[in-house]
Design a protein around this ligand. Structure first.
Ligand SMILES: Nc1nc2c(ncn2[C@@H]2O[C@H](COP(=O)(O)OP(=O)(O)O)[C@@H](O)[C@H]2O)c(=O)[nH]1
Ligand SMILES: [Mg+2]
Length: 685
């Protein structure tokens, strides 16, 4: 591939509801650019963007892929993404490194859940965007109706730039209302605007000119004076309006058949911005911000935004923001302060990698076998440390307990799980000590399901999954005192120990406090650790229902010893048994994890969501409105939230989102304790 200068580059993310045609459109653009001699189909599993075996099998995109396309003197890096919330991590990675977004809307369905979701993410970064009303060839396709749904859902000025010629089975091409030309069929053959569309095109053109003049003083004067704007002026003006986010051009196409695709690719190159002229990073030593020019001569900054791992090595996808990254060089990973050796760089095109000598400011590349670098970290010159802002990932909300299927799986499971997290920071795993389960968390059931398949396919580890047990804890609510005597003096060596202790609750999060209040040497100090050891042996396994004991203080107050039979083991036993009895008499309770939950839904579902939270023992903390959506924050016990994603989907027809994290532990209401204890007993048997 030839070299491109920064201003010739375009980084664009394709966003949409699942199935609106992103992957097929990517394929068609590649075909139109001349590098493919036929277009693959998602159903046939042979597209450039869906190259992962899991994607081929499911016939849908599961991860963000980068597809570099050379287009009329520009290089367009297309980032094709999955369209559902489960893969929000992939979407966030892609959005972080692009300069513009192209939204695909199905011409029949109009705006859908996934459109709203991803539109919100693009808002977070104020991304300039264009919309394409896609699948214009479908039965019941309607450009006007789809356009209408856009205006209803989003707060922006939608300006048609490409109008469809015909629709459904008679969809024949598109009219570019700036160039005032028609482009027919998949070849985009230039033609005159059909006579019967003249009025419609004229009207659209007036809208375009107004939108173009709006953000440019010079153009607005010209426009108000009634002068004609040139095509160049319209393009310049539209670029400015687009960057401001107020104006969103609307195009149309049938990605699968290629109709409108050439005109669309032209518009990506003409209207979406080139990489910004500079970037701001931070010098970690001085903590001062530094502005670096987006040109090859500036000091290097590059952000690794995606990592894929297989047993043979890792691939790091990065975007260079300033300077240039060279093949066979050495750079600094400023996050971990390690030198990183850079091997052969490449331009990614789906699963293919086209080797390049260097990747300049604004461009995206991929490199294999980095030793120290994870997603979100910055590579820079060794003598010029600068850190770029990382990528914010949401906290995982859907957990399963995973257990190895066989012994061999058991040995490999931890490493494989860690690899998964490296690839996708919206996974998390840990060993939950209180339930002794390995917990894998992700963004939803499909996400976690794919993780488990990946474990098997990539790392040869088979796991069984289950709903996780709730990690309860045990504690006490009042003081108790207990004296326990352990005595075994029949035959052989005897054992004797007597311990008096006081047990009381302490502040949450204190853990375990152990004090020695023995006066006058009734038991010698050497047995102090023995008694503690005995008590600690109970802390992990609990007294009530097998859960860890927390937030208590034990003071040993008195005791008795025997000159011969008192020994370490005797005091351990006395400590342990005395503690158990003291615990049961100190008002023991179970504590359960409480989550802070934020649910975002379209207004009309608010009542149902509140009712549902109510049945989950939820306590509503606040309500808010944003962009026509309602936001509820509540605290809800984890025990009631384990499969919330499925319920929320059902209640809101998939239009609800939520986040949650454990924030505290509270007493399990007394009427539920027996159930938990009984379950624990049953488990034990
Ligand atoms: N009729 C029609 N079908 C399309 C078009 N583009 C994609 N499709 C079909 O829609 C489905 C989803 O397409 P895909 O590219 O995987 O969508 P993605 O999830 O946005 O990547 C596939 O069955 C495609 O064949 C189009 O322009 N017209
Ligand atoms: Mg796709």
């Amino acid at each position: 591939m030839k070299d491109y200068r920064t201003e010739q580059l375009r980084n664009v993310v394709l966003l949409s509801h699942q199935g609106a045609g992103k992957t097929s459109l990517t394929e068609s653009i590649l075909f139109a650019s001349g590098v493919l001699n036929r277009t693959g189909r998602v159903e046939d599993g042979n597209t450039v963007a869906d190259f992962d075996p899991e994607e081929v099998e499911r016939q849908m995109s599961l991860s963000a892929s980068v597809v570099a396309v050379e287009w009329q003197g520009s290089k367009i890096n297309i980032l094709d993404t999955p369209g559902t919330f489960d893969f929000v991590g992939e979407i966030k990675q892609a959005i972080r490194v692009v300069d513009g977004a192209l939204f695909l809307i199905d011409s029949v369905a109009g705006v859908e859940v996934g459109t709203e979701l991803t539109w919100g993410y693009a808002d977070e970064r104020n991304l300039p965007r264009m919309v394409v009303i896609n699948k214009m060839d479908r039965e019941n396709a309607s450009f006007e109706r789809a356009l209408d749904t856009l205006g209803k859902h989003f707060d922006a000025q939608f300006i048609p730039l490409l109008l469809p010629i015909g629709s459904q089975s008679s969809f024949a091409g598109v009219v570019d209302v700036v160039k005032m030309k028609a482009f027919m069929g998949a070849e985009g053959k230039a033609a005159n605007v059909p006579a019967n569309m003249a009025d419609q095109v004229e009207e659209a053109r007036m809208m375009v000119i107004e939108a173009a003049a709006e953000n440019d003083d010079e153009l607005i004067i010209k426009y108000l004076d009634g002068e004609e704007l040139t095509d160049e002026e319209i393009i310049r003006g539209l670029q400015a309006s687009l960057a401001g986010g107020t104006v969103v051009p609307v195009l149309c196409a049938a990605g699968l058949t290629g109709f409108g695709v050439r005109a669309l690719a032209d518009m990506i190159a003409s209207y979406l911005p080139a990489p910004a002229e500079s970037v701001v990073g931070r010098n970690p030593a001085t903590e001062e911000d530094e502005e670096l020019g987006a040109d090859a001569a500036a000091p290097l900054t590059a952000l690794v935004f995606k990592t894929t791992v297989d047993p043979y090595g890792r691939q790091s996808y990065f975007r260079v923001y300033s300077g240039a990254l060279e093949s066979d060089s050495r750079v600094l990973n400023v996050d971990v302060r390690e030198e990183e050796r850079i091997g052969q760089l490449a331009t990614p095109r789906g699963g293919d990698q086209l080797p390049v000598a260097r990747v300049v400011a604004g461009d995206i590349g991929v490199v294999t076998k980095l030793a120290h670098t994870d997603t979100g970290q910055t590579l820079c010159d060794r003598d010029h440390p600068v850190k770029l802002p990382g990528i914010e990932f949401p906290v995982p909300i859907f957990s399963v307990a995973v257990a190895p299927k066989t012994k061999a799986d058991s040995a490999k499971m931890g490493t494989a799980l860690s690899r998964l997290v490296e690839e996708d920071p919206t996974f998390e795993w840990h060993l939950e000590p209180s339930t002794r389960q390995t917990i894998l968390s992700g963004m939803g059931d499909a996400h976690v399901d794919i993780a488990c398949r990946r474990l098997k396919r990539k790392f040869g580890v088979e796991v069984l999954t289950a709903v996780p047990k709730v990690p309860y804890r045990e504690t006490v609510t009042r003081q108790s005192e207990e004296t326990y005597r352990h005595k075994k003096q029949t035959g052989g060596a005897g054992q004797f120990a007597q311990v008096s202790m006081r047990l009381e609750p302490v502040e949450p999060d204190t853990g375990f406090v152990y004090d020695w209040e023995v006066v006058g040497g009734s038991i010698s100090g050497s047995f102090r650790p023995s008694i503690e050891k005995g008590i600690r042996s109970v802390l992990e396994t609990g007294v009530l229902a097998g859960y860890p004991v927390v937030d208590i203080r034990v003071a040993v107050t008195d005791g008795k010893e025997h000159p011969v039979d008192s020994k370490d083991i005797a005091f351990q036993i006395a400590g342990r048994e005395g503690f158990k009895q003291a615990f049961l008499r100190a008002g023991p309770v179970l504590l359960e994890p409480i989550c802070e939950v934020t649910v975002t839904v379209p207004e009309e579902y608010m009542g149902d969501v509140l009712n549902d939270l109510n049945t989950r023992r939820g306590r509503v903390m606040g309500m808010d409105q944003q962009h026509g959506r309602s936001i509820v924050s509540a605290t809800v016990p984890l025990a009631e939230m384990q499969r919330y994603s499925t319920s929320l989907r059902a209640i809101t027809q998939g239009r609800g989102l939520y986040s949650m994290k454990i924030v505290s532990y509270e007493q399990v209401p007394s009427h539920l304790v027996d159930g938990v204890v009984a379950e624990a007993k049953q488990e034990e048997e």
